[in-house]
Design a protein around this ligand. Sequence first.
Ligand code: SF4
Length: 226
Amino acid sequence: MNIRISEIFGPTIQGEGALIGQPTVFVRTGGCDYRCLWCDTMHAVDSKYRNEWKPMSADEIFMRIEELSGGKPLMISLSGGNPAIQDLKPLIDLGHEQSYKFALETQGSIAKDWFSDLDVLTLSPKPPSSGEKTDWSVFDKCLSMAGNNPAITIKIVIMDEKDYAYAYDTYTRYPHYPIYLQPCNKGGDLNENMLWLVDKIIKDKWFNVRVLPQLHVILWGDKRGV
Ligand code: SF4
């Protein structure tokens, strides 16, 4: 079965979350069940870009990854859109046979049994400023589908006080997973947003959280495919 692909690019470095700075090839699938107000990958979300999405088989995608990486195994970042919409198991199986690893990021709105085949799962529930609402029962299902196999982290974009409260609530629900906060890069100055967030967590003595900006935005702005 074909997978709708928005873009495949790299190797570059992962710009956010637990794998920040790590060399990776990005596989961005097309389509998302959310419409976050500050989404920075609308070209992989909005159906008006659908004609840019290419249906590719797992073999074709993996061939392209091997081409880009020169056949040298590395971490493959499965992103979107929401990559959980489509069946990525055949691609993961192919890559694993050749010693590639897979990290997937999703908002946790669709649970798939192949999450347990991943090496890294980043769940990125969307806070109030996104305009979306989290269904925690589906989020829990994502966690149970993943089981103990992938390294699981939670990452939350923060734009304002309400988002911060949402993030803290998420942390109290899931205290055993590493949690990353990322200032929203839409609206305001990134440095100021970052400093505001650092100030908040220090004042609250929230010491087991990590605050990170989007490194690729600092390096390349909103340029695509880097
Ligand atoms: S879930 Fe992610 S890809 Fe989908 S609309 Fe929100 S920010 Fe964009």
